[in-house]
Design a binder for this molecule. Structure first.
Ligand SMILES: NC(=O)C1=CN([C@@H]2O[C@H](COP(=O)(O)OP(=O)(O)OC[C@H]3O[C@@H](n4cnc5c(N)ncnc54)[C@H](O)[C@@H]3O)[C@@H](O)[C@H]2O)C=CC1
Ligand SMILES: Nc1nc(=O)c2c([nH]1)NC[C@@H]1CN(c3ccc(C(=O)N[C@@H](CCC(=O)O)C(=O)O)cc3)CN21
Length: 306
C-alpha cells in the first residue's frame, strides 16, 4: 500500500503524471463505449496489429478524436505496402487533424512493403511531406524476444534524431526500467520517455499476451504472485501498484527531466485501469485543507502542495 505521508511530500509531479496517463486501446468491438469511462479529453492511443490493419487504427483514432479525446494512432511499418501508401497514411492523418502518431515495426511475420521496421519507415518519412507534429517510437528496458540488443540500440540511436518521444515496452520490474533510463540518459537519449505499464488485467490473460508479444523475463512476477488462494478463487487480477509505487517518485528525482509520463496498456480493460490510475493518483495528492498549505515538511516541500 501507499505510504501517503511520504508520497504527498515527495511526488507532486509523479502524482500528476499518474492522474493523466496515456491510455492504450485496441480497435475491437465495444471500445468506443468502454472509452466513455475515461476522463474527458484523455490521451488515448490505438494499437495496430496485422489482424486488423492500419486503417482500423486510423478509423478508431478518428472516432475517438471526434468524441473529444486526444487520439494517437499506432502505425506498424511492416503493414505499409509502399511509399505511396505511406504518403496516403500521412495525408489521411493530416486531413483528420491527427498530429501525433506512434510508429512501430509491427508483429507481421514479413513486411508487406518496403519497410522492415519502424527505423526504416522513419528514415523515409523524413523525405515525404506532411510529417505529423509529434512522432513516438517504442523502446526496450528488457531485451526484445528476437531482435538483438545491438540492433535495437542502433535503431533507437537513429530514432533519437528523428522522433519526438519514446514509450517503453511493458516491463514488470521497476529497477530494470530505472537503470535502463539512467543508462540511456548517459548514452545521450534526448527523447522524453513515457513509461509503459500494464493496466488492471486478469493475470492469466496478461500472461498469455506477454507470451504472444514476447515480453521479457520480468513477466515472471505474474507467476510468482498468482498464489494458490487466488487461483482457488478462480483467478486473480494484476494491478500495477508495485510499479507505480516505485516509478512515481522518479518524476521528482534526478531522472525527472527525461520523463514525459505514464502509458497504460489497458488491453481494453479501460474502466478498471482508469479507476485504478485516478484512485492511486488521488492517494498521492489527497488535497488537504487549505491551511495545511502553510506547513512544511522536514525536506522543505510545502505540505498540501497538491
Ligand atoms: N513496443 C511496442 O509497442 C511494439 C513492439 N513491437 C515489436 O517490436 C519489434 C520492433 O519494433 P520497433 O521497436 O518499432 O523497432 P524497429 O521496427 O525499428 O526495429 C529495429 C530493427 O529491427 C528490424 N526489425 C523490426 N522488426 C523485425 C522483425 N519482426 N524481425 C526482424 N527484424 C525486425 C528493423 O528492420 C529495424 O532495423 C516489432 O517487429 C515487434 O515485434 C511491435 C509493435 C508494438
Ligand atoms: N510486440 C508487441 N506488439 C504490440 O502490438 C505491442 C507490444 N509489443 N507491446 C505493447 C503493446 C501491447 N499491444 C497489444 C497486445 C495485444 C493485442 C491483442 O491481443 N489484440 C487482439 C488480437 C490481435 C491478434 O490476434 O492479432 C485481441 O483480440 O485482443 C493488441 C495490442 C500493442 N503493443
Amino acid at each position: 500500500m501507499w505510504q501517503a505521508t511520504t508520497a504527498v511530500a515527495t511526488t507532486p509531479r509523479g502524482a500528476e503524471a499518474l492522474a493523466s496517463p496515456r491510455y492504450e486501446l485496441i480497435p475491437l468491438t465495444g471500445v468506443m463505449e468502454q472509452a466513455s469511462h475515461l476522463p474527458r479529453g484523455a490521451t488515448v492511443t490505438v494499437t495496430c496489429s496485422p489482424k486488423h490493419g492500419i486503417d482500423a487504427s486510423l478509423d478508431l483514432a478518428e472516432r475517438l478524436a471526434a468524441a473529444g479525446f486526444h487520439a494517437i494512432p499506432h502505425v506498424a511499418a511492416r503493414l505499409v505496402t509502399s511509399r505511396s501508401d505511406l504518403q496516403r497514411i500521412l495525408d489521411r492523418l493530416a486531413a483528420a487533424g491527427l498530429d501525433d502518431v506512434f510508429i512501430v515495426g509491427g508483429d507481421a511475420p514479413s513486411p508487406a512493403g518496403p519497410y522492415p521496421g519502424g527505423r526504416e519507415l522513419l528514415e523515409d518519412l523524413d523525405t515525404l511531406s506532411r510529417r505529423p507534429r509529434r512522432i513516438g517510437v517504442p523502446s526496450y528496458p528488457e531485451p526484445h524476444a528476437t531482435i538483438p540488443p545491438e540492433q535495437m540500440q542502433a535503431a533507437l540511436d537513429v530514432k533519437n534524431a528523428l522522433a519526438d518521444y519514446t514509450v517503453t515496452q511493458i516491463c514488470f520490474d521497476a529497477d530494470t526500467i530505472l537503470s535502463w533510463l539512467a543508462d540511456q540518459h548517459d548514452r545521450g537519449l534526448r527523447l522524453p520517455v513515457y513509461m509503459g505499464l500494464p493496466g488492471v488485467i486478469d493475470r492469466m490473460k496478461l500472461m498469455g499476451l506477454a507470451m504472444r508479444i514476447g515480453l521479457g523475463a520480468s513477466t515472471r512476477v505474474l507467476r510468482r504472485q498468482a498464489g494458490l488462494a487466488s487461483r482457488l478463487l478462480g483467478g486473480s487480477t494484476y494491478r500495477p501498484d508495485a510499479l507505480a509505487e516505485a516509478l512515481v517518485p522518479a518524476f521528482d528525482g534526478p531522472l525527472a527531466p527525461a520523463l514525459a509520463g505514464f502509458h497504460l496498456n489497458t488491453f481494453n480493460q479501460i474502466a478498471e485501469t482508469a479507476t485504478w490510475a485516478e484512485a492511486t493518483a488521488a492517494t498521492l495528492h489527497p488535497c488537504p485543507p487549505r491551511d495545511a498549505g502553510q506547513a512544511h515538511t522536514a525536506a522543505g516541500t510545502p505540505a498540501g502542495y497538491y
